[in-house]
Structures are given as structure tokens and as C-alpha cells.
Write a protein that binds this ligand. Sequence first.
Ligand code: SPQ
Length: 440
Amino acid sequence: MNQNSHPFTVQPGGRLNGRLRVPGDKSISHRSIMLGSLAEGITHVTGFLEGEDCLATLKAFRAMGVGIDGPTDGRVVIHGVGLRGLKPPPGSLDMGNSGTSMRLMSGLMSGQAFDVTMTGDASLSKRPMRRVTEPLASMGARIDATDKGTPPLHVHGGQRLKGIHYDMPVASAQVKSALLLAGLYAEGETCVSEPAPTRDHTERMLSGFGYVVRRSGNCVCLDGGGRLRAADIDVPADISSAAFFMVGASIAPGSDVVLEHVGINPTRTGVIDILRLMGGDLTLMNEREVGGEPVADIRVRSAALHGIRIPEALVPLAIDEFPALFIAAACAEGETVLTGAEELRVKESDRIQVMADGLTACGIDARPTPDGIVIRGGRLGGATVGSHSDHRIAMSFAMAALRADGPIRILDTANVNPSFPGFVALATSCGLSIREGADA
Ligand code: SPQ
């Protein structure tokens, strides 16, 4: 892809104010389509994220014969076909940029009676899949990948799966979910234990669909052969999208925003904890539970941030928010040290290196390490930065402009829309001087 395509130009300074609701949670939206399709009965989803990643999942299930109405204004109606009701798709399934679709569906497809090929875009085609294909193989699945263990994946149908007890070497919700979804089709018990807590939306939603999931300590188990019963799902606003505004409001003096109806599942709230440790002023209001997921309105006011050593226990709980948090660190007094986050190197881009390069271009002392980064807060200069097609990098540098002393131009931002449709309009509405295009 042309690295100069579709730039953002963000003028320096300003502040963020107002009440805003960011789009629906990406992880929950994917899972709503998967479980809704495999349930018996009709599932109504509201707040669905209408970005290309989740639409890739939706189109895949449509291609396998599931009747899905919408999305219309975040509403989707899924006519579930039951665990054994999917049909062979007419061609390969295109997962676009979406690691969640590819990895979770590797598990689900392993239990089907038919073969499926799953492809992805240039970024997804570089991401590691052995983390799911290897444990799935020990359940009896047959999945072909490239010699490097990357997509496209060809999943052979008609295999007899058996439950396993798997100790995950990396803390990954995608691996855990892939195995649990394969476990629905396996003989006996499938158990996954995790080295640190990861997002538990799959477990919560399975329970919401009436499937018995047993949790004990760091281990989650289910038995194959059960049934899913349709349930309505209200998808909360995505904390990973809200994070850009949490950071923007924290670093820009005079800011005061309320982020409405944000999912605050404890496996996702590391960004709030880390910003607070840095001196951030964040208040949770109107806490409530919606369809098995905790939700709150989050008020964020600007604050003088200071550098910290980020506790490693918080890393999996904030894994997608580090690009934004690195901007907070660049605006903080003193040094911020992140360790134990090597997973950041295998996301949509190498988020450690790409953020370090961008921050360095802005004049910040940012030193990557094998498993993290050391950032010394300082004066942010205007610059042109490459996002390497990574939506989270692009939106993070957009927020950096609030504290920069010159315009920030961000290259190759076409992948922002798939995870955060309407980002430019929403950011503009609360005070960011951002426009799509190259001219300052
Ligand atoms: O879908 P994708 O591309 O893998 O999405 C990312 C993101 O930043 O949007 C990671 F690049 O989020 C993952 C997250 O990092 C979504 C996810 C999930 O829904 O289960 C889990 C996390 O990945 P992992 O590898 O830690 O399991």
C-alpha cells in the first residue's frame, strides 16, 4: 500500500470539551455475530461497531448461510442457525485487517463439517497464527498455514475434536477464545489457563447465551456438545476507542470531556489505572451493568502527568491502549518505562518500533527495548509520522497534536475507519483541528 495515501493533518494546540459517545466495542461486536449465528433463535444486537473488521466477521457468517439483517444505526438482527447449522461458503472468507476474526474463527471453523479458507490483507498476512493453530491441532484440528505460520489459513472440516487442558504461554484473549469456541464442538472438557488475566468477553457472552462456563482462578473450562440460546446484546462504547480521548483530554490544558456508556470490563481498564498512576484526573460516573458487561460514563479533565514505571500486571489489561499511552508519556514530566509488552510487536504493526519512530520524529526521546519502551517526556514538535496502516498509531498521533508546537501530519490512515468509523468528525466536534488531506 502507498504509505502516503490518505493522510491526516492535525493543527497544533486546542483542548477537548463536551460529551461524546465513541463507537461500539470491537471485541464484543465480533463475538455477538459469532455467537448469535451459532445460537438457536433470533439475537438482536444494538450498538454494533459498523467498522470493516466487524463487517468482515458479519459477511463471513452470511456467506455460511446465516440470515443477518443490518447493520442499521448499530442494530443487527441475527437469525441463528444453531451450532451445527452453518453451510459451506461459496469461496474463501476475507478477514481483511482483522486478527480477531481470523484467530477466533480458526477455532470455530475447526469444528465444522466443511473446509474453509481464510485470507487477510497485507498486515494480517504477516501476523502469527501458530499460537492458535498449534493448540487447535492438539485438539484434533487440521489447519494449513504458510511455512511462516501466517495466513492464508485453510481449515479442514470433518475432524473429530477432543477437549484439552491448555496452559497459554502468552496472555491472549484471542487464543483463549479460539480454543473455547473449538471446545463447543469437542468431546469432553476444554480448559484454558492464562498467565495473566485477558479480556473475558467470550466467556461472559457464552454464559449470556446459556452455555455453562466454569471459571476457577486463572482457568476457564467448558464441555462440548451444549447449545447456545439467542440473547439480546447491547454493545457498550469501546474503551479502546475512548482511550484516545482520555489521553487527549489529559494532556491538553483546559480539557473536560465525558465519554458516555463506555465498557469498563475489569479485563480492559488498564488504561484508566495507568493514566491515574501518571496523575490523570478520571472519574467513573453512573456505573451500571448492561447485558453482562459493566459500563460507565467517564469524565476526564486535563492534569499534569508524570512518568511512571508501568506495572507489568497492567500490560494485558491495556494492551491495545499503549500507542495512546505513549503519547501521554511523551507529555509527562520525567521518564515512563514499559516492560513485559513484547506482544505489541505483533499487532497490526510493530507498535513499539512504529511509535518510537514517530515520537522521535516529533523530537521526543523514545528508546525501544525488546519488550517495551522508555519515553522521556518533553517538547513535542510538529512532524510527519508514518502510521504503517495501523489505526491505533494514527489516532494516537492525532491526539499528540494537542500538545505539539507545529502541525502533525500522519500518513496512511485508511485503516482508522475499520475500527473507529467517524473518528475525524467526532474528534473535530470536541475540539481537535484535524482534517483528512495533506495540506496544513
Ligand atoms: O483484531 P486485531 O487486529 O487483533 O485487534 C487488536 C486491536 O488493536 O484492535 C490487536 F491488534 O485487538 C485485539 C487485542 O489486542 C483484540 C482482542 C480480542 O478481541 O480478543 C484481543 C487482543 O489480542 P490478543 O492477541 O492479546 O489476544
